[in-house]
Design a protein. Structure first.
Lengths: 230, 279
């Protein structure tokens, strides 16, 4: 539950005051104190034993640092330490996106395939898989992923999926762009310089995937909010 | 994992990772304890197939190749506890007699033609259902338009998630002689995702196949025809003739698999003297 509070800390100003501001701004699952991502990463690297939250936070610290493949590795370790199916799903979602940022699209597509098998009803997972196959120039994979996407998100049917430009999904020079609901939806090859654009949409989806059993009104963070870039 | 040992505050930012940990294998996660689903013998539902076909050959003594994606339909059939996707052969295997392929050009709205004087080899990647399951093996008839794709135990949940069930209980495979005039149901995936059901009538019955009185749209290929009782699968849709206004259905129990080709997937084999690669 502590993790949920931390993740939902952005829901309102009142809640933000109840948890550590730095930890919530960095989207850590646990309170890591008033530290930079580099310091958090180093402290987690030195821990004699680490649990699921430690590995997720290590991966997230690496995301803030722009170290995408080490982030993917940390998320893989998180998945191995996970105690529930939902935790595995959340870790693999982040691993998929980290691999995409790290230019490993084949591995990202494979991981997205595993992710959708574990969470076949998740629109977030379906969108991510479709976007990856589309940009990996894999026509068969993109068509298969498109079928799945339309099954879980019928509003994606039609030209909106066939042509992402018309789906209000911006194709820019950044790697992951928040769509209408600030979820990770589109992947391109060059990561953004503002790490907030990496972490925030990723963790919006992560929260939804991991905490599906929690009844809470999802409040999405304001994308216009300026976070300090480490 | 070397970067995990870094401890100095001025250590460089890690950029590399253990390649083995970048690969995702669902067997690695202890939190996942899924039972292998089982079903009774019979036909259970409809599955969409997408296949990327490659044709390799020559034209004017130069090597040429082309690839394209097709869609079709399969029935999930359980036999002896094992799971199979049964479909038309042409859905999972490109035409070995190809003379020309018309493919989308890099220029939007334009098309290129690839000519073949001779076809030397065929390649196909088949995705079973929208979660992209790959078959563990392909078995297809040399003479009839039918193919059987084996499904691994570990892929059963992914197939079930993408399947459109026929009924609450498995259907029998055949179970009555098709007769001219009888109404039957053709099931298939002509649309992008959700299946369609066309009510058609049998207009003619021949040895091993029968004709229904309507041309079925592309995507019905490989789909089943259910006898009007809704309790049995009568055959597999193989051909549609728009000009003639009719379609051809292979009668299920007469599928001549005795001379079948069996290829482990991913693997290579031979079909009509051609090299075939399947995955």
């Amino acid at each position: 539950m502590l993790r949920l509070l931390a993740l939902l800390a952005c829901a309102s100003d009142e809640e933000i005051e109840t948890v550590d501001a730095v930890a919530s701004d960095l989207y850590m699952l646990e309170d890591r104190g008033d530290q930079s991502p580099e310091a958090i990463a180093r402290s987690l690297e030195l821990l004699p034993s680490r649990d699921y939250a430690d590995f997720v936070d290590l991966g997230t610290a690496y995301l803030w640092m722009g170290s995408y493949l080490p982030a993917a590795e940390a998320y893989e370790m998180a998945a191995r330490e996970a105690s529930t199916r939902e935790e595995v799903v959340g870790a693999l979602y982040n691993k998929t996106a980290a691999l995409a940022y790290g230019q490993r699209l084949d591995l990202a597509c494979d991981t997205a395939g595993s992710l959708t098998r574990l969470a076949p009803d998740s629109p977030d997972a379906a969108w991510l898989r479709f976007s990856l196959y589309r940009y990996n120039d894999d026509p068969l994979g993109a068509l298969v992923a498109q079928d799945h996407l339309i099954q879980v998100d019928p509003e994606a049917a039609g030209d909106q999926v066939m042509d992402p430009v018309t789906a209000a999904v911006v194709l820019g020079s950044i790697a992951i762009i928040a769509g209408t609901y600030a979820y990770v939806r589109t992947v391109k090859l060059v990561p953004p310089s503002d790490r907030a654009e990496v972490v925030i949409p990723m963790f919006n989806a992560y929260t939804g995937l991991v905490e599906t059993s929690v009844e809470a009104t999802p409040v999405l963070p304001d994308l216009g909010r300026q976070l300090a870039v480490p | 994992m070397i970067w995990l040992l870094a401890c100095a505050t001025e250590e460089p930012i890690p950029t590399s990772a253990d390649e083995g940990l970048l690969v995702t294998d669902l067997q690695s996660y202890e939190a996942l304890t899924e039972a292998v689903p089982t079903l009774r013998d019979g036909a259970h539902g409809l599955i969409k197939l997408l296949a990327e076909h490659e044709v390799r050959g020559s034209h004017d003594d130069e090597a040429v190749s082309g690839s394209y994606v097709t869609k079709g339909t399969a029935s999930l059939v359980v036999h002896g506890g094992d799971w199979y996707a049964v479909t038309a052969r042409h859905v999972v295997l490109p035409n070995a007699k190809t003379e020309v392929l018309t493919l989308p050009s890099e220029e939007e709205g334009e098309f290129d033609e690839v000519f073949f004087d001779r076809v030397d080899g065929l390649g196909t990647e088949v995705a079973i259902g929208s979660l992209g399951v790959h078959a563990t093996s392909f078995t297809f008839s040399q003479t009839a338009d039918v193919a059987v794709l084996a499904i691994a135990e570990g892929d059963r949940n992914a197939v079930l998630a993408a399947m459109e069930p026929f009924a609450n209980k498995p259907l029998r495979l055949a179970g009555g002689e098709p007769t001219a005039g009888a109404e039957v149901e053709a099931w298939g995936f002509p649309a992008r995702t959700h299946p369609q059901v066309e009510r058609v009538a049998i207009s003619s019955v021949r040895e091993g196949f029968f004709i229904v009185n309507r041309p079925l749209d592309p995507g019905f290929s490989g789909g089943p025809v259910l006898l009007s009782s809704g309790k049995a699968v009568g055959g597999i849709i193989t051909r549609s003739d728009v000009d003639a206004g009719q379609s051809t259905v292979l009668v299920w129990p007469s599928l001549p698999l005795e001379s079948a080709v069996h290829i482990e997937s991913p693997g290579e084999g031979e079909f009509l003297g051609l090299a075939v690669t399947l995955r």
